[in-house]
Design a binder for this molecule. Structure first.
Ligand SMILES: CC(C)(COP(=O)(O)OP(=O)(O)OC[C@H]1O[C@@H](n2cnc3c(N)ncnc32)[C@H](O)[C@@H]1OP(=O)(O)O)[C@@H](O)C(=O)NCCC(=O)NCCS
Length: 388
């Protein structure tokens, strides 16, 4: 009997204390805290601490955490030199995956204990933005901009990428985007990270595998595809016919739909308002166009298949990043800037869970539906006897 190929949907594979989604109510919590409270009151740094250490930091703990992050922002000069040897049109996600993996070669002192894993986590969270910003400068033939210790995580990335300090409103919008993308239970990339960690591979290896999973358009790659779609459509009046045509052809509309949420994704709600706010400021058409994509997809889905569909986190983040003047192909790497905090927390939980039941090496069962020539197996023919 064949499997239903449901992609593990609904299958419980491990316990976690890190985050939870209520798909019916449209609620997401990190370590017990509602994501909406975090976006109102918190920062990315505080959220990353919460995900890693299972509690909100005191002022002193946050200061120490921030100092460690700031100190770890630099990447080795040799690494920057190696980046210079890459093809300038290489996909930034491929580049990020390779250089995150390469970090292990520079910082390979200790992988086997939990305390050292927190240092690795901080190293990764701090360096992923620097790798992406450095690549953005290098591929455009520009001087690399060193990290600025006076700026927070969000502002520092925008500064390293563009060479200009962002204004406080832009900095906060980007900070909220980072909070919203930091974790999302057992999504494809996090599950990939956990699966690799379950073999006892180290944090850089598990994270680089997660970056590979994030790059696909059904996962993190969707935000890049949303912006490409908006640019291709080009005009508010063309949105409706464009969406209808694609859906009539059976194509998926990027940024719409979710495997877990059966109602509005709470992250999309926050991002929608941020996109609206930015569009009022920049007078660009991208918010209105995105809202039209949302409305048209919802009504087409209803009339074609009689089912509901809602925007996911990628729909409105695309226009936000575009209005923040972030190149379209950096949308997915930016997702990684934030999600690496979640990956690191999950990798530590996977490897060092103290309470039973401890996570086990993942090894699912497959249903073999291939060739069968009888109980003896197929007759092996040597090369000279084989025909097409
Ligand atoms: C995310 C996603 C894979 C979740 O899928 P899912 O809830 O498991 O739903 P399925 O893939 O089983 O699809 C269910 C049905 O809805 C349709 N559907 C799902 N998302 C759709 C979309 N974005 N546009 C058009 N149709 C969609 C499917 O074609 C399918 O129709 P069918 O039953 O007639 O074959 C899916 O919604 C999707 O591909 N979205 C676009 C990519 C995206 O934005 N990814 C980012 C996720 S955060």
């Amino acid at each position: 009997m064949e499997t239903k190929n449901i992609g593990l949907r609904g299958i419980e594979v491990a316990d976690t204390k890190i985050s939870n989604i209520d798909g019916e109510k449209g609620k997401l919590i990190y370590r017990g805290y509602d994501i909406l409270d975090l976006t109102k009151n918190s920062t990315f740094e505080e959220t990353a601490y919460l995900l890693l250490y299972d509690k909100l930091p005191t002022k002193q703990q946050l200061d120490e955490f921030n100092s460690k992050l700031v100190e770890a922002r630099y990447i080795p000069k040799q690494m920057q030199k190696n980046m210079g040897n890459w093809r300038k049109d290489a996909d930034p996600m491929d580049m990020l995956q390779a250089f995150v993996s390469a970090l292990a070669g520079y910082y390979d002192e200790e992988f086997a204990n939990k305390e050292a894993s927190y240092d690795k986590a901080i190293n990764l969270i701090a360096k992923v933005p620097t790798i992406i910003a450095s690549w953005q400068r290098i591929r455009n033939g520009l001087e690399i901009v060193d990290p600025n210790s006076s700026l927070n995580h969000a502002a520092n990335f925008l500064y390293m990428m563009s060479g200009e300090k962002p204004d406080p409103e832009v900095e906060r919008i980007f900070d909220v985007c980072l909070i919203l993308h930091a974790d999302h239970t057992f999504n494809a990339s996090t599950f990939t990270a956990r699966q690799v960690a379950s073999t006892r591979a180290h944090m850089y290896s598990a994270s680089s595998a997660a970056i590979g999973a994030l790059s696909g358009e059904l996962h993190g790659g969707a935000n890049t595809e949303v912006m490409k779609m908006l640019l291709e459509i080009g005009d508010l009046d063309k949105v409706e016919p464009w969406i209808k045509e694609k859906m009539n052809q059976g194509e998926r509309i990027m940024g719409m739909g979710h495997a877990v949420y059966k109602t509005y994704d709470p992250r999309a709600q926050v991002l929608k308002e941020l996109s609206r706010k930015l569009a009022e400021k920049t007078k660009e058409p991208w918010f209105d166009m995105t809202e039209k994509v949302e409305m048209t997809t919802i009504s087409e889905m209803k009339s074609q298949k009689g089912r509901d569909i809602y925007p996911n986190v990628d729909l409105y983040s695309a226009s936000i990043y575009y209005m923040l003047k972030i190149p379209v192909d950096l949308n997915t790497p930016i997702f990684a800037i934030s999600r690496v905090a979640g990956w690191a927390a999950h990798i530590i939980e996977e490897k060092f869970a103290e309470a039973a039941p401890k996570p086990a090496l993942y090894r699912p069962k497959a249903v073999y539906v291939g060739k069968y020539c009888g109980p003896q197996g197929c007759e092996y023919k040597t090369l000279d006897l084989r025909e097409n």
